[in-house]
Design a protein around this ligand. Sequence first.
Ligand SMILES: [Fe+2]
Length: 105
Amino acid sequence: MTLNLKDKFDLCNSIADKFQRARCRISLEREIVREGLKAELDAVSLYETLALMTKKPQVRNVVEDIAREEKAHIGEFLALLVMLDDEQMDGIKKGKKEVEDVYGR
Ligand SMILES: [Fe+2]
């Protein structure tokens, strides 16, 4: 079962137990950041596709610049996620090592 963010927000606010409510809100904050991260990843894919499609170099240059800005936004959301989720940095490091083990550096 997945809840949308509004449902989860309402769920968190309905929890009577203070400790459980706080845990729910921490989980909600992480989910908000992950949703932002997903949107930025989609934006990069969109702008890179648009850059490939346009025939006008001026349009391509601007769209490629916007794609680079979106990559910085990905970095911002990742930094937030690492701050909010103690396990995330370990996951990034493990994933990086597994890729390096398979493909080398
Ligand atoms: Fe963005």
